[in-house]
Design a protein around this ligand. Structure first.
Ligand SMILES: Cc1ncc(COP(=O)(O)O)c(C=O)c1O
Length: 411
């Protein structure tokens, strides 16, 4: 593919206009929307409205006047179609880690005769840490983590396993697991399944209901563009809602929080997964950010995500100097999320040098350069330019400069 072909792709991109809904810095190619999404203009506007008018002017009346109290449910229902969930099953709250704690406890409670929680050994560490924490709390008699390689997940499914906890897209490699097949196999052995959608929600259409998933979690700050530390969400399948209970029995999950009863009575449905007061500022921002997904054709989104990733891979292959980059992601698009990972011994320094040249990707220890493809605001031309700059950096070895090799606190 040559530069003219790339311009042609942008000219005929049905999603091209979406870029205008974002505030993007000049001279920056942002390949990190899978870590922190860019700022939607609507989110910016809402942030100032909520601070100045709702908080500043209407003060505490805003809980009713601006329906702050309904935000967790309202935002959950906006996320629901993106993850293939019918109404009443998704709620916005807390972080993925905290939501995993709640869901792990719920699932284990439903499986009194089983104690194993199986997860990918290279799952995002917080998922593993949360199982370890629950195990400490409940004892290893009630919860024991079993880590398996991604290739052996199905072999590990047996009638000792209580819960299967998987990330649908591997945070390092971008490998996409077959949600339908794995959930079905787990159910045949009586296992409940929790899917982590951190790298799925907003990256492509997820089908939780169709796959008969039991529970899921996902975050608001990556593809959903809710801003740094945006609240997360969780999903509880309707069929489980009357049987579940969760241990973080805070007042917002109470059936009648404003009765101020001394006795906790859980709310019905997914609402019982709320705990404390919702973070109204950040949840309002996420609410507004989700507007960019309204009436969006998710097939077009996925098609462009694949197009951008394929262009990146093909461009890398065109440069002889990039032959030391080793693709760590699956070669076939149908087995990938919306990101690519390349291994290189100097990945950290290369990443820093790229950032200095205006191309923002990220580094994942020990040796991975990770690039995320967010079709709503990336152009094919951006990909072409990014790989050109990557080839210059590696070809000229500028990344060897000391200023790129010193590790910062957040890598
Ligand atoms: C797969 C996965 N799960 C969980 C998290 C962390 O979630 P949180 O910080 O909301 O607890 C991340 C963060 O990048 C992630 O990639």
């Amino acid at each position: 593919m040559n530069y003219q072909d790339v311009l042609f792709l942008d000219k005929h991109d049905p999603l091209a206009a979406k870029r205008q809904e974002f505030s993007l810095p000049a001279d920056c190619i942002y390949l990190d929307g899978n870590s922190l999404g860019a700022l939607p203009l609507a989110a910016h506007k809402r942030a100032s409205e909520v601070v100045s008018e709702q908080w500043g002017n209407d003060l505490i009346q805003s809980w009713n006047k601006h329906q702050w109290i309904d935000l967790p449910r309202q935002v959950g229902e906006k996320i629901a179609p993106l993850v293939g969930a019918a109404p009443g099953q998704v709620i916005c709250c807390d972080s993925i880690s905290v939501n995993l704690f709640k869901l792990l406890c719920s699932a284990l409670h439903m499986q009194p005769d089983r104690k194993l929680v199986v997860s990918q050994a290279d799952n995002f560490p917080t998922d593993l840490y949360m199982v370890q924490g629950v195990s400490e709390l409940l004892s290893s008699e009630r919860c024991t983590l079993q880590m398996v390689s991604e290739d052996t997940i199905e072999n590990a499914l047996n009638d000792q396993v209580a819960v299967l906890l998987l990330s649908q897209v591997n945070f390092r490699s971008g490998k996409l697991l077959d949600m339908q097949k794995i959930t079905q196999k787990a159910h045949k052995k009586g296992i409940l399944v929790i899917w982590d959608l951190a790298h799925s929600a907003g990256a492509f259409q997820v089908e939780l209901d169709q796959c008969q998933v039991d529970f899921a979690v996902g975050c608001g700050y990556k593809y959903l563009n809710g801003g740094p530390g945006a609240p997360a969400f969780l999903y509880v399948a309707k069929r489980h809602q009357q049987f579940v209970q969760q241990p973080l029995s805070g007042w917002m999950g109470h059936k009648a929080p404003f009765k101020f009863d001394a006795q906790y009575i859980a709310s019905e449905g997914v609402q019982q997964y709320l705990c404390g007061t919702p973070p109204i500022l950040s949840m309002s921002v996420l609410d507004a950010a989700l507007g960019v997904y309204e009436k969006l054709d998710m097939d077009l989104l996925r098609k462009k995500s694949v197009g951008l990733s394929e262009l990146f891979m093909q461009s890398v292959d065109q440069y002889e100097v990039l032959s030391d980059l080793h693709l760590h992601s699956p070669l076939q698009a149908e087995h990938r999320g919306s990101q690519l990972a390349y291994q290189h011994p100097a990945a950290y320094a290369i990443c820093q040098n790229l950032i200095a040249r205006g191309v923002i990707g990220d580094f994942r220890a020990p040796d991975i350069l990770r690039f995320g493809f967010t079709p709503l605001y990336l152009r094919y031309e951006d990909i072409w330019q990014a790989v050109k700059i990557l080839a210059e950096i590696i070809g000229d070895k500028t990344y060897l400069d000391e200023k790129y090799t010193t590790e910062q606190k957040v890598t």
